[in-house]
Design a binder for this molecule. Structure first.
Ligand SMILES: NC(=O)c1ccc[n+]([C@@H]2O[C@H](COP(=O)([O-])OP(=O)(O)OC[C@H]3O[C@@H](n4cnc5c(N)ncnc54)[C@H](O)[C@@H]3O)[C@@H](O)[C@H]2O)c1
Length: 459
């Protein structure tokens, strides 16, 4: 079949895979190829067991794979054949040298730019899909244009706003698609080509075009604002616990103000995932770089509160359980950083598991999708940990349950049966405030929500 365009994506991860699957699904006239240096990942994308779990993803991949969606490892060949290249490689926080712990590690990004330059034989539009520091596209332009071949490259920024767990819904119905370009004739022409791809399913008024720097900065700023809301409500939850105010009631009351809005106001053990902390620290680094100390400190506070919330949760567990966890069995309900994903990058559960083991507790972890990742994350502690898919088996003989991921299944378990299986007194620490606390109390549990008075049977 003759395709209208050959589109390539370099990086077959949580963003590259689902994003390209959606483009392939919505645009049968384009041939979409996704490549990666990790051959196992490409093999998994070509199998029945995809490397990323997202509701609805498998169905879309099944409909398109082998028709207009291809996963490949021959990067040079695919670069040669494509007109448009998305770059969706990882951009983690640097853990060495200048900017360690804050700046983005751009080594994968830069390597990709050099690979494109090496193998390109015709003009290409290169699109930043990864989240990058402001003005990174300038570096991309410089690397691409420093080759001997004199090929025209146009660099665009098209940050991805999908949220893991709802990626397919977000990609199908995005709040907006953001496209940044150079404000030059060739920049506008390239931008129009990308607009044309999205316009196959996204209403035109939702496709926002800006200059390159606004687009790059908007992604960092959006993640910083989202994380800030979580830290704001979590900060108030700490005060609720001291004053007998109820965080859910407070959240409802403030969320009804149209200027504030009701979304993202759920108190919890804190945010995780590969992006929020990384992107805020990246923002902090940029602010420091430009001499904006006060601005850097302001955003750093969002991360500080997040660390505080995890620390507070484990300290509350220790206090509630008579100041000793040594030898006690604690079951963690959920390990993924949020529901509907198997992703455990930066999940608060890692910190909480480590702290509980430091207190000499024995841990049993259950999660519908994240057990394999949990085993890798906690490999160094595995002699203190058991992993069990079935929550009823996992709670056997436990002193406490700590609910860490808001999976729906945890709302509908038979807690009477669970209570019978546990050691007494039995505790539940609801790190997501999703359970029916008074019902659990009536069953016999001592219940500790976040930002609400506990329900205990102790005099
Ligand atoms: N995960 C999210 O929810 C999310 C959302 C929006 C934006 N982002 C951003 O998107 C980018 C990618 O994130 P991700 O979660 O998909 O990362 P990921 O680690 O899941 O995937 C990145 C992939 O790039 C591959 N890769 C690295 N260097 C390569 C190279 N030189 N050639 C070919 N492949 C290479 C890796 O092997 C890996 O499979 C990051 O910048 C991230 O900040 C992520």
């Amino acid at each position: 079949m003759n395709f209208k365009k050959n589109i390539l994506c370099i990086g077959a991860g949580y963003v590259g895979g689902p994003t390209m699957a959606m483009i392939a699904y919505k645009c049968p006239q384009y041939k979409i190829t996704v490549v990666d240096i990790n051959e196992d990942k490409i093999r998994a994308w070509n199998s029945e067991s995809l490397p990323v779990y997202e509701p609805g993803l498998y169905e879309i991949v099944k409909k398109t794979r082998g028709k207009n969606l291809f996963f490949d490892t021959n990067i040079p060949k695919c670069i040669k054949e494509s007109e448009i290249i998305f770059v969706s490689v990882n951009t983690p926080t640097k853990d060495y040298g200048v900017g360690a712990g804050q700046a983005a590690d751009l080594q994968y990004w830069e390597k990709t730019a050099r690979t494109i330059r090496e193998y390109a034989e015709s003009p290409k539009i290169v699109i930043e899909k990864s989240t990058l520091p402001v003005r990174t596209s300038l570096a991309m332009e410089r690397i691409l244009s420093s080759g001997k071949k004199n090929i025209a490259f146009e660099v665009l920024s098209n940050p991805e706003f999908l949220a893991e767990g709802t990626a397919i819904r977000d990609l199908e119905n995005p709040d907006r698609v953001l496209i940044g370009s150079r404000e030059t004739e060739s920049g506008y022409i390239a931008r129009e080509q990308l607009v044309e791809i999205y316009a196959n399913w996204v209403p035109k008024e939702k496709i926002l075009t800006t200059n390159l720097w606004s687009s790059e900065l908007s992604k960092l700023a959006a993640n910083a604002f989202l994380a800030q809301r979580i830290s704001s409500i979590n900060a108030i939850s700490a005060l609720c616990e001291k004053t007998e105010a109820n965080i859910d009631e407070v959240a409802t009351a403030i969320g009804m103000d149209a200027r504030i809005g009701s979304k993202f106001l759920k108190a919890s053990i804190g945010f995780g995932g590969s992006c929020f902390k990384k992107d805020i620290m990246n923002l902090v680094y940029l602010c420091r770089f430009y001499g904006l100390k006060e601005v850097a400190e302001y955003w750093e506070g969002v991360v500080r509160i997040n660390e505080y919330q995890k620390e507070r949760f484990t300290r509350n567990m220790l206090n509630a359980m008579f100041n000793t966890l040594a030898g006690k069995k604690i079951c963690l309900f959920g390990f993924a950083f949020k529901a509907n994903t198997g992703d455990t990058r930066e999940t608060p559960s890692i910190f909480i598991a480590e702290k509980l083991i430091e207190e000499r507790a024995n841990i049993i972890i259950t999660d519908p999708k994240a057990l394999e990742n949990a085993k890798n994350d906690l490999g160094h502690l595995n002699s203190h940990i058991e992993y069990m898919k079935d929550p009823y088996k996992a709670v056997q003989g436990c002193d406490a349950i700590a609910l860490l991921t808001e999976w729906d299944i945890y709302k509908s378990l038979d807690y009477r049966r669970i209570f019978e299986l546990m050691t007494k007194p039995s505790f539940i620490f609801d790190g997501r405030n999703i359970l029916n606390h008074s019902e659990l109390y009536e069953i016999g549990f001592n219940v500790f929500p976040i930002g609400k008075p506990p329900f205990t049977h102790f005099k």
